[in-house]
Design a protein around this ligand. Structure first.
Ligand code: PXG
Length: 458
């Protein structure tokens, strides 16, 4: 039986509790019902075609409708839909995928621990890092330093590592032993400063925090190579090498959360490569399967793996779905396609630079300031008066106004405060980038007209 949009919305608002959602507000309007996808497009239940400028939620990197991924899942389900890896057993796709991911990550790594999401994998990392230092006879080294406005997931550890004040305000977070430093947001914090100098200064906040906590108590630093959910905050190029130097100086572990940046989004297999960082541990999820099936995990560097394996004994941690054979089979097919189509290089050398050029050109729009990209992520700020660096009043929620115009004009573009961000599928062609940019301009014009009509803009 085909349900009407209204009927689906009624079921939805009566029974489905959505993530990060004010349900009273949603019920009044009804959720948009997305029904299918093909390539870089999705359709809603009213058959409206929409350009998915966010790759689902930073994950559908190969675009929608990739039959090979569907076939990989179906084939594995027929052969072995599930078996666990707990009791001295393994399965073929999990072992093959671990080896494949290690080969893509490079010589510094030897092992992969699997979970089903980014959040879970960051929980794994917190436990693994603390177990590592305890194994080395330093149980007091248990503090992890993260950053404000970081996003590392929604579980207790994930949300604690994250630096979102709204999340910390609910449920008594962060958990003990997690502290935060300011993010390296040049445009937002120090637009008039030299960018490279600001990068060094921002990395220096890590050293300050290490000294404040006591170097002997600091276990690790965690950061996204480019902050995604925080609004696509691209650090100055001086930032990560200096972070690396500081971690090395104090012997603390460096963790890069590659959940968004991994598997080609920044034009390298892992975002840390693009940023000049050499993490000991990397979290991944999302793009590893292009979002077709849940899978996440941790790429474990030799420094950590050797200690855990040689001296750590049993690591009392794992998930039912660690190394899920169907998810791993889909990931293997996904990585094979990324390699076959040369997508990482294409993003680095072709489509990424093309997007960069056209996205930067949006700065000529009266509303737009600070338009920047890296690979296939991009962010800009909507400004009331960009010449004098005057922001809109936060309570006006100008980003949301813009986001609604995007949706009306068939474009998914996300708002984070007054930052508008995109992360298109990696398969996006130059012609599709042209189409995307034309849509962005139409939406910005509609937003400008609307804001002027409301008297919010001169
Ligand atoms: N780390 C990073 C860097 C992420 O972006 C997670 C961990 C958590 O992954 P899971 O699979 O547990 O959701 C993420 C997830 C947004 C948004 O608003 C971003 C994410 C999730 C939900 C919303 O941009 N990223």
């Amino acid at each position: 039986m085909m349900l009407s949009t209204r009927e689906i919305q009624e079921l939805d608002s009566a029974h489905y509790m959505h993530p990060f959602t004010d349900h009273k507000g949603l019920a009044a309007k009804g959720a948009r019902v997305i029904t299918r996808g093909e390539g870089v497009y999705i359709w809603d239940s009213e058959d409206k075609k929409i350009f998915d400028g966010m790759s689902g939620l930073w994950c559908v990197n190969l675009g929608y409708g990739r039959k090979e991924l569907v076939d990989a899942a179906a084939k594995q389900m027929e052969v072995l839909p599930f078996y666990n890896s707990f009791f001295k057993t393994t399965n073929v796709p999990a072992a093959q995928l671990a080896a494949k991911i290690v080969s893509l990550a490079g010589d510094r790594y030897s092992h992969v621990f699997f979970g089903s999401s980014g959040s879970e994998s960051n929980d794994t990392i917190v436990r693994m890092v603390r177990h590592y230092w305890t194994t080395l006879g330093q149980p007091g080294r248990n503090v992890i330093i993260s950053r404000k406005n970081a996003y590392h997931g929604s579980t207790m550890c994930g949300a604690s590592l994250g630096g979102m004040s709204g999340m910390h305000a609910q449920g008594g977070l962060p958990i003990p032993g997690i502290v935060h430093i300011e993010q390296p947001y040049h445009y937002g914090l120090a637009p008039n400063k030299n960018k490279d100098e600001f990068g060094l200064e921002a990395a220096g906040w890590l050293e300050k925090k290490i000294l404040e906590v006591g170097p002997e108590k600091v276990a690790a630093f965690i950061g996204e190579p480019v902050q995604g959910a925080g609004g696509v905050i691209i650090p100055p190029k001086t930032y990560w090498p200096e972070i690396q130097r500081i971690c090395d100086k104090y012997g603390i572990l460096l963790i890069c959360d590659e959940v968004i940046c991994g598997f080609g989004r920044l034009g390298t297999w892992f975002g840390s490569e693009s940023m000049g960082a050499k993490p000991d541990l990397m979290t991944f999820a999302k793009g590893v399967t292009s979002g077709y099936i849940p899978l996440g995990g941790v790429v474990v560097g030799k420094r950590v793996a050797e200690v855990l394996i040689e001296k750590g004994g049993e690591f009392n941690h794992g998930y039912t779905y660690s190394g899920h054979p169907v998810a791993c089979a889909v990931a293997l097919a996904n990585l094979e396609i990324i390699e076959r189509e040369g997508l990482v290089k294409r993003v680095r050398e072709e489509t990424g630079p093309y997007l960069a050029q056209h996205f930067a050109a949006l700065s000529d729009h009266p509303l737009v300031a600070g338009a920047e990209t890296f690979g296939m992520v991009a962010g800009l700020v909507l400004m009331k008066d960009k010449k004098n660096h005057i922001a809109f009043d936060e309570s006006l929620e100008v980003g949301m106004v813009c986001r609604d115009h995007c949706f009306s004009n068939g474009l998914i573009m996300r708002a984070v405060g007054d930052r508008m961000i995109i992360a298109p599928p990696l398969v996006c062609t130059k012609a599709q980038i042209d189409e995307l940019m034309a849509k962005v301009r139409i939406c910005l014009d509609a937003t400008l007209k609307d804001l002027q009509g409301r008297g919010w803009m001169n």
